[in-house]
Design a protein. Structure first.
Length: 69
C-alpha cells in the first residue's frame, strides 16, 4: 500500500447524503455541516474530518431532542 493509499484509508467518507440546502441555522439539511465545513472538507486532515463527524453526531442528537419535545 502506498502512503497516499494509507492516508485515504484513515479518512472517513464524506457525510454528504445529496440533500443539499442550507437551513436558517446555516446547516445543510442533509449532513448538518456549515457552508465552510462543506467547502473545507477536502482540505481537512483525517483527524479533523473525524472530529467533524463526531460534531455532526452531536448536532443530529441535539436536533432530534428538539423535535421530540
Amino acid at each position: 500500500m502506498t502512503s497516499a493509499e494509507q492516508i485515504r484509508v484513515g479518512r472517513p467518507m464524506s457525510p454528504c447524503i445529496s440533500i443539499c440546502a442550507l437551513d436558517r441555522s446555516g446547516h445543510c439539511a442533509g449532513c448538518l455541516r456549515t457552508r465552510d465545513e462543506i467547502a473545507g472538507w477536502i482540505r481537512m486532515t483525517p483527524e479533523a474530518q473525524w472530529e467533524l463527524i463526531r460534531e455532526l453526531e452531536r448536532r443530529r442528537a441535539a436536533r432530534a431532542s428538539l423535535t421530540t419535545v
